[in-house]
Every structure is written in C-alpha cells, then in structure tokens.
Design a protein around this ligand. Structure first.
Ligand code: MRU
Length: 340
C-alpha cells in the first residue's frame, strides 16, 4: 500500500501509522482536519514529500467538510484550513507547497461541487506525480552508484517519507533494480529513530542489505574506508543550504574530510526559491524526546534540553543534488532548475 492515500468509499485520508513501525503495520484513517493535523504533529505521517501530499489531501478534506453555501465562503474555509495545516510542521517546505497547489487549483472551479472535485483530483494527481518523480530521481541517481558501493544514509528518505519508492532510498532501489550490489549503512537518527525504525525496516522488506549504526559511528566507518557514498533526502533546499534531519550536517563535514561524495536526493517541490538559511524556521521538538525513551526516563526529568529537528548543510559540502529533472552540481542558481 502507499504511505498515504485517499479512500473513495469513506471519503477519508488513509495512511500507515509510522509511529508504530517496525512493531506494528497499522493503517489509520483521518476523517477530519483535526485528526490529520494530529497525525502530522505526532509524525504518524512524516517525510517532506509525503507531507506535501498530506497537505494536498488535507485541503481536499477541508473542501469536502466545509458547510459553506457559496463559493466565497468555501474558499474562505479553505484558506483557514490551509493556515492550520501549514502551521503543523514549519520546516519541510513541501507541506506548504502541497496546500498551496490545491488553493491555486480550486481558483478555476466555479461552484461548490466543482471546488470539491478539483481539490480531490488535484491531490490525487500530486500523489501519482510523487511516485513518478521518485522513479525519475532514482533513475538519475542510480548512475552515480557503482556495483559494490556501501552507502550511508541518514533518517528516512524512503517510501515511507514519500507516497512510494523514496528519494534517497529510491536512488538505492533503482541501482539495485539495475543489478548493482549496494550495501546500506543506516544511521539510527536520534531522537525519533526514523533510521532504525523505518529505514532499516523498509530496506529489509526489500531484501536490500542494511547495517544499522548509531549516528556517532559514521566518522569511524568513513575513516576506515567502509563508506563510499552518502545519500540523504531533504526537507527544504534554499539558495545556500539544504535543510535535512538533524545530524546531516555532521555527516557532510565528515564526508568532506574523507573525500566521500555527498548526494542529496529531492523533488523540485523541496526547493524554496525565495529562502535562505536565515529565513527558515527550524522546528524545535519536545524535550521529552530526549529525556525519555519508550516512556522510561533516560535523563534527569527536568534537565534543560535543546532538540531541533533539522540542521542546515551548506551547498559547498554537497557533491550533487539529484532531482526528477537530473543531477545538479553546486554552485548553481535554484532558478536554473525550473527552466524548461
Ligand atoms: O522529521 P521527519 O521524519 O519528517 O524528517 C524528514 C526526514 O525524514 C528527513 O529529514 C528526510 O531526509 C527528508 S524527507 C525525504
């Protein structure tokens, strides 16, 4: 099943609850905007491209649930829903991109039924496009991987971070599909462990060899010459940096020191044409994620905690950015990628 989908029978959003992985493969349904927002905040659905589609489906749900009796009132309801959804997680630009794409699409509709229909068909189109884009990213990125490579990845930029296939893991999947033997080193990605819980699980499902390490072990393995390449996803790419899961910057510095190619795989919807490092809000998460593990204290319960979800990696640490349009080697102007 896709990570996130629309159920036509119940008119609801269905998704894999990623907080339950790998213990339980649980499907949940969001029938209200509040339940969708809760799912995003709690990270039942997560990963920048998947969040983009969640934003799109959320807007389709908002149109469907609106009790407005005229077009203007419905559009107002949708504007309010847009603000609510966008506020759930600020860093991944794809969420706002997905929401805005639906707001833009419904401008062409002229009655209430039309708005509902356009919002849903556009959201479904976004979901299909996400899979197609990831396949393209995979196709381009696979040319950078060689048979026998050992690739380090951080967090989860796999099918669970997207509708299907994945960005960074999509590149690995495509290389494997081409017949290359690839070993993956998955960093556990503290504190929410998307690497150990999701990436390791996803790759094992596909029989792709994966070894789990703690985040702090990456430098040791690079120095020993075990890692040939690093591939990560992205939550937002601005003119100067790539925002990705906390810990990514550290890997990039280590990769540079050890002359290991460092690749970022992301769709164009992850690019923020107007953004710069200074303009982006980095999500700060609850300190209890570090004070507790599985409900058990692992630190003094009132210790001061700093828990940013993302960091910024400067373009000069990045060997290439892999998009659905091709491979781009910094320095480049973001606008270049959007020229047909
Ligand atoms: O906080 P998350 O899990 O939503 O973070 C997103 C990520 O998984 C990563 O940062 C990822 O590399 C980019 S999304 C493909």
């Amino acid at each position: 099943m896709r990570t996130i989908d629309w159920n036509d029978e119940s008119n609801s959003i269905v998704m894999i609850d990623q907080t339950m992985l790998p213990e339980e493969f649980k499907i949940i349904e969001c029938k209200t905007l509040a339940s969708l927002c809760e799912a995003i905040i709690s990270m039942r659905i997560r990963g920048a491209p998947a969040l983009g589609v969640a934003g799109g489906y959320g807007m389709a749900l908002a149109a469907r649930l609106s009790s407005a009796k005229d077009v203007n009132s419905m559009l107002k309801d949708m504007e309010i829903a847009a603000k609510t959804i966008k506020a759930t997680r600020p860093t991944a630009v794809n969420l706002a991109w997905g929401v805005d794409r639906i707001l833009h699409a419904v401008n062409d509709a002229y009655d209430l039924k039309g708005i509902k229909a356009v919002a849903l068909s556009e959201a479904k189109k976004m979901a299909d496009e996400d899979v197609a884009k990831n396949k393209k990213i995979g196709e381009h990125g696979a040319t950078l991987l060689e048979d026998g490579d050992t690739v380090l990845t951080h967090c989860n930029a796999g099918r669970m971070a997207c509708v299907d296939w994945g960005t960074a893991l999509g590149v690995i999947r495509s290389a494997v599909e081409d017949g290359k033997q690839i070993q993956v080193i998955a960093c556990e990605t503290r504190p929410l462990n998307q690497g150990s819980r999701i990436t390791a699980w996803e790759l094992m499902q596909d029989n792709i060899p994966v070894t789990l390490i703690a985040d702090s072990m990456a430098g040791h393995l690079m120095r020993k010459g075990v890692i040939n390449k690093v591939i990560v996803g992205a939550d937002r790419i601005t003119g100067d940096v790539v925002f990705n899961k906390i810990g990514t910057y550290t890997h990039s510095v280590l990769a540079k020191e050890h002359e290991i190619p460092f690749y970022v795989a992301a769709p164009l919807s992850t690019f923020d044409l107007e953004g710069w490092e200074e303009t982006v809000d980095i999500e700060l998460r609850n300190g209890d994620e570090l004070r507790f593990f599985n409900g058990k204290p692992i630190a003094p319960k009132d210790v001061n905690v700093y828990n940013p979800a993302f960091d910024a990696t400067p373009m000069e640490n990045i060997t290439a950015v892999i998009t659905e349009k091709g491979i781009y080697y910094p320095p480049f102007l973001l606008e270049e990628l959007f020229v047909d």
